[in-house]
Write a new protein. Structure first.
Length: 680
């Protein structure tokens, strides 16, 4: 039976609730590009263009781009019945950004030369990695059967860490293009995106992309779509986003298959805050969806969430860059910023509703979005403490534009002052790390990613510990009577049957618990596992790719806390804990990790004038130990054998030196040792 049929709407809605409770909410944004001196709104769209090869064989005639005055007049003449708000959702790399680019060209919103200019202008983490981390939006005008249609397109990120971007995009859309790669077929994120859209009653237009590839197998994908999602194969649009083949049929399918938004321009303003980003000159810019009413420069509006009042400075649309408009109307998606500008990104609460001052009591707020919940934590320290301020400035700048990153000051005996940062997932964390490393090179130390732990004490009080160094020691009597919990995820894995055995072995080896296994095509399997989040963070995705020759795909959602046998593993150097090297892990992993730590740390510590003992311990129990023999400086080499007094004096001095260092436990370890140890 199909996924849709089997699961049913109730199940899917439950799935949606769970996935939104994960609170993924990435907002990597534009000032990142602004820091390179780029215009914020121009750069937002650049992500759409970054992976796009110039279209050499267009199979469609693109429409011409109107002047700003023509644009405004044309938009004003379009009734809400001819609006279509839609997004493109797909598994990672199935071609969303490339297809979006083709649609922009087709509607005359960009020209090939615009695209090339932007491609040349941009250099950023997403482009280097070829992934989208941020939903990008754009308005287009499309002439269909003689009438203008106002289309609002959202290109969503494919990677699971940025799912909140997709969830939020759905709030401003009436439908979605569900894009599937003709050679790969349905993959993990196709399944989860389908469920998300299905649960929100969104109209779906199935699109099969990459039909130009020699390995494309369209009948197979059509069959998968029908059996798994009960989608009518006859409704699928077959395209090559790369060559442009078939793309001309897509927008008629959007106009006919996706319903127009519902709203009344004459009612009081009801405006949902979908996204926001920081601009150095304008302050916080809001991406909004108008449900009712209209908004224009000079209007006084109020946030129903915070009660704060603002005067509108400018309204406009992304076309594809910020294009001012006189007015935004019910059903439209556009941007708004205030004058004076909103200063703090925290004041822009995603999911908040705005209305006109005076209408607060008559407008019902929209349901809103869940707050983001960080899942992966790392600590960052400057290698040289004199770099602290410089590093603080750039971390603050990055966090200002990515509200889903949490930031706290941290201090480590070993590494000095630094910060503890929380992220939505491993990719989110590594994109941020890359960004910091690009700017600071070897002058930054970043600790291994960890997940939080929940402690429920005997008196039923609870504590969530994000920094393992602050996890109570086993000598603390309260922890001995406490119950410990670790976060779990529900992982959905798709894999060809031939790798099934190895994937199951990997999941079980990572403490996974199988929930279901089903074939969704003759040789394709969907597996569902409950897995500890700590295992996921420990590069489960990379390992999965390894055992399946790159064919397995993974998607996950928060599955809450589970009771677990956790212990705190610490690294001691001459009996002093090295607080930067400390983990709360499952008891079964202690021996392996303990041995690994001491062996690896030994490699990075130079011999000293005294013996250095490296231990991995759980409480008082030593799990593994390594010793670095003292470096016996041959102070006597040059002395004549008969000079006994001088010989004794020198030996005494050397012994004294060793004793002093040992006595204070002050093993001098070069920071680069931590850097080499902590970098994988
Ligand atoms: N042969 C072929 N390649 C394509 C086609 N569409 C996209 N690609 C290629 O597939 C790769 C991924 O395309 P993107 O548009 O970045 O995919 P995406 O889904 O936006 O990626 P994420 O946003 O990171 O999930 C790029 O190398 C594209 O050039 C197509 O129709 N045919």
């Amino acid at each position: 039976m199909s996924l849709a049929g089997r699961a049913g709407r109730a199940w899917t809605r439950e799935w949606l609730r769970n996935s939104s409770s994960r609170g993924l909410n990435h907002n990597a944004s534009t000032s990142r590009w602004s820091s390179h001196g780029l215009n914020a709104s121009t750069s937002r769209w650049s992500l759409l263009l970054r992976t796009t090869a110039p279209c050499r064989h267009r199979n469609y005639a693109s429409q011409t781009k109107p002047t700003p005055a023509q644009l405004e007049a044309r938009i004003a003449a379009i009734p809400i019945e001819r609006y279509r708000n839609f997004c493109i959702v797909a598994h990672i790399d199935h071609g969303k950004s490339t297809l979006s680019d083709r649609l922009l060209e087709l509607t005359g919103t960009i020209s090939a030369s615009d695209a090339n200019k932007q491609i040349l202008d941009k250099l950023d983490v997403e482009r280097e990695r070829g992934i989208t981390v941020k939903a990008q939006t754009c308005t287009m005008i499309y002439k269909h059967n003689g009438d203008d249609y106002l289309l609002h397109l959202v290109d969503t990120p494919g990677h699971v860490d940025f799912r909140a971007e997709v969830t939020r995009s759905y709030a401003s859309c009436g439908g979605a293009l569900l894009l599937i790669d003709a050679s790969q077929g349905i993959q993990a994120q196709t399944v989860s995106n389908f469920h998300l859209a299905f649960a929100q009653d969104l109209a779906l237009v199935p699109v099969i992309n990459k039909i130009d590839m020699p390995s494309a197998d369209v009948p197979r994908v059509l069959d998968q779509m029908e059996t798994s999602f009960e989608l009518d194969p006859k409704k699928a649009v077959l395209v090559s986003a790369k060559t442009g083949k078939g793309v001309g049929a897509l927008l008629p399918a959007v106009v006919e298959g996706i319903p127009h938004p519902v709203g009344d321009e004459n009612k009081p303003l009801k405006m949902l805050l979908v996204d926001s980003w920081y601009d150095t000159f304008k302050g916080v810019v809001l991406l909004v969806r108008l449900f009712d009413g209209s908004i224009k420069t000079g209007d006084n509006v109020v946030s129903l969430g915070t009660g704060m009042k603002y005067t509108v400075g400018q309204v406009g649309i992304q076309y594809p860059n910020a294009t001012p408009q006189t007015v935004l109307r019910a059903g439209q998606v556009g941007y708004v910023y205030f004058n004076p500008g909103m200063k703090r990104i925290q004041d822009a609460k995603l999911g908040d509703t705005f209305t006109t001052v005076g209408d607060e009591d008559i407008v019902e707020p929209c349901p809103g979005f869940e707050e983001p919940k960080p899942m992966v934590f790392v600590a960052a320290f400057p290698t040289d403490q004199s770099d602290y301020t410089r590093l603080a400035d750039s971390i603050n700048q990055l966090v200002l534009n990515d509200r889903s990153v949490t930031l706290q000051k941290d201090f480590s005996e070993a590494l000095g002052s630094g910060w503890r940062l929380g992220f939505l997932g491993s990719l989110h964390c590594s994109v941020f790390q890359d960004r910091l490393r690009q700017e600071h090179g070897k002058s930054i130390i970043i600790t291994e990613p960890t997940v939080p732990t929940k402690i429920v004490y005997a008196d039923e009080s609870e504590e969530v510990v994000q920094n393992p160094a602050l996890f109570p020691d086993s000598s603390d009597h309260r922890i001995r009577a406490a119950t410990l919990y670790e976060p779990y995820v529900k992982a959905t894995i798709t894999v060809p049957e031939e790798y099934l055995g190895r994937v199951i072995e990997l999941c079980e080896g990572n403490r996974g618990e199988q929930k279901s296994l089903e074939f969704f095509h003759t040789d394709q399997v969907i597996l569902s596992y409950d897995i500890p989040a700590s295992q996921l963070v420990d590069d489960l995705f990379g390992k999965l790719k390894g055992v399946s020759k790159g064919y397995a795909t993974l998607d996950y959602e928060d599955a809450g806390w589970r009771q677990s046998k956790l212990v705190k593993l610490q690294l001691l150097v001459n009996r002093q804990p090295v607080d930067a090297i400390c983990r709360v892990i499952h008891s079964t992993q202690v021996d392996r990790l303990g041995r690994q730590w001491v062996t690896k740390f030994k490699e990075h510590v130079d011999r000293q004038m005294f013996e250095v003992v490296i231990q991995a311990v759980v409480g008082n129990k030593v799990i593994a130990r390594e010793t670095i023999k003292p470096f016996r400086k041959d102070v006597l080499a040059k002395l004549h054998a008969s000079d006994i007094t001088r010989r004794r004096k020198l030996l005494e001095k050397q012994k004294e030196g060793r004793k002093r260092l040992r006595a204070v436990g002050n093993v001098v370890i070069d920071q680069s040792a931590f850097q080499s140890f902590l970098s994988k």
